[in-house]
Design a protein. Structure first.
Length: 93
């Protein structure tokens, strides 16, 4: 929990800069996850996985563009990164 609080404090201090920079890794991880999902096929299950990854990444992008509260933007960034990494690992194994 202390790590989360330290990261959020740092994120909150330079909110606009950090949020703008965070779009790149979030989008890159999301696109890698999408590529790996689509390499597995085009079944309903694959499309549902793709939907989850795209939704998680777009929630973060929309939160940044709408200039929502820093805590929501930070939490959506973490959600986006975790979802993308989980689906990358699932589709690599």
């Amino acid at each position: 929990m202390k790590l989360y609080q330290n990261l959020f404090r740092d994120f909150n201090e330079m909110f606009i800069g950090h949020a703008a920079l965070a779009i790149v890794p979030s989008s890159c991880l999301g696109s890698i996850a999408a590529m790996l999902i689509l390499m597995q096929g085009h079944t309903f299950g694959n499309m549902f996985e793709l939907f989850i990854v795209v939704t998680a990444c777009m929630i973060f992008n929309a939160a940044v563009l709408a200039q929502l509260k820093p805590k929501f933007v930070f939490n959506s960034l973490l959600l986006s990164i975790v979802v993308s990494i989980v689906f990358i690992l699932i589709n690599l194994l």
